[in-house]
Design a protein around this ligand. Structure first.
Ligand code: ADP
Ligand code: MG
Length: 323
């Protein structure tokens, strides 16, 4: 953020120092803290903490109104990133859109991480091959990023297109950070913004931001009913940070999500994505991945602002994702 902590009402130099020592280095970090958390770590009263947090939220929200023609100009820039699978691309109206969050949800082993790896490769290709000539940032919360798998998939893509693609070059354009907890995960979006600015200046614009998995830390840390409001507030902040990143850099934002059993389901599929209405409403496209026979996976487009619901079948193979 451009604004210094000291500029917030109620924050003197001493409080700013305490906040920074406690890891609240930016306005954004303060904005997503809970009053009790801030009060304890910065040794201030809880009502003071609440006031500081409110001020930080106002300062952090840089939004505003813009006219429709400006929105249209930005929409014209929307890119479509190929999944490498014909049916899947068609269902998505050409591919995974930039300036949007696409959520992949499904059970363990349904192929969310595999798809994320494939997209991290495809986005680097030129437009003729369905890519966006872009680099990639991955926020890895479950330690499931595998460079070896990237190399394997690049080899597969080389064969598919009859080109000599160098796995090393692809790996050099994938920037991975491990997120150790939910606060860290949120802060990594700020770091991703800094990095994306640098990469843009270097002529290697980031066209894909992956969060794999979105909810794992939030679910592990916020257990019990009393913590839900707090969790949703932070999650909301995180989702909007991701949306902003997508708009700012004309990038696709892809997040993976887990499912949980729906105890009240009498009909249909007894699972649903976690994260509640915050994730549901902020994700632009929601895709439900399901295991099928052998290496087949069924992908269902559950929610989209401008496309009909539909299903596509793909295969997860050693060479990568195919029809
Ligand atoms: P999740 O939805 O939990 O992220 P993954 O994307 O990790 O699931 O999918 C794991 C599955 O992907 C494995 O069960 C396997 O079927 C397939 N898979 C992983 N690596 C390979 C590979 N090298 N070759 C072929 N299939 C693979
Ligand atoms: Mg995974």
């Amino acid at each position: 953020s451009e604004i210094a902590l000291e500029e917030l009402p109620g924050v003197g130099p001493a409080t700013a120092e305490k906040l920074k020592e406690a890891g609240f280095n930016t306005i954004e970090a303060v904005a997503v803290a809970s009053p009790s958390e801030l009060a304890t770590t910065a040794e201030i009263g809880e009502s003071t903490a609440a006031k500081i947090i409110n001020a930080a939220r106002q300062a952090a929200d840089i939004g505003g109104f813009e006219t429709g023609d400006i929105v249209l100009e930005r929409r014209k820039m929307v890119g479509k990133l190929t999944t490498g699978c014909t049916e899947f691309d068609e269902m998505m109206g050409g591919g995974i859109e930039t300036q949007a969050i696409t959520e992949l949800y499904g059970e363990f082993g349904s192929g969310k991480t595999q798809l994320a790896h494939q997209l991290a490769i495809n986005v680097q290709m030129d437009r003729e091959h369905g890519g966006l000539n872009g680099s990639v940032i991955i926020i890895d919360t479950e330690n499931t990023f595998r460079p070896e798998r990237i190399a394997q998939m690049v080899k597969g893509l080389s064969e598919k297109h009859g080109m000599e693609l160098d796995p090393e070059e692809f790996l050099q354009n994938i920037h991975v950070a491990r997120a150790y907890n939910s606060n860290h995960q949120i802060l990594l979006v700020d770091s991703a913004t800094d990095l994306a600015n640098e990469l843009r200046d270097m002529g290697k614009p980031v066209r894909l931001l992956i969060v794999d998995s979105l909810m794992a830390h939030f679910r592990a840390e916020y257990v019990g009913r009393g913590t839900l409001a707090d969790r949703q507030q932070k999650l909301n902040k995180h989702m909007h940070g991701l949306l902003r990143f997508g708009d700012l850099f004309n990038a696709s934002v892809v997040v993976t999500n887990q499912v949980m059993a729906k105890p009240d389901a009498f009909f249909g599929d007894p699972t649903r994505p976690v994260g509640g209405h915050i994730v549901g409403h902020t994700a632009t496209f929601r895709l439900y991945l399901r295991k099928s026979k052998g290496d087949k996976r069924i992908i269902r487009l559950v929610d989209s602002p401008n496309l009909p619901e539909g299903e596509a079948v793909i295969a997860v193979t050693t060479a990568g994702l195919t029809d």
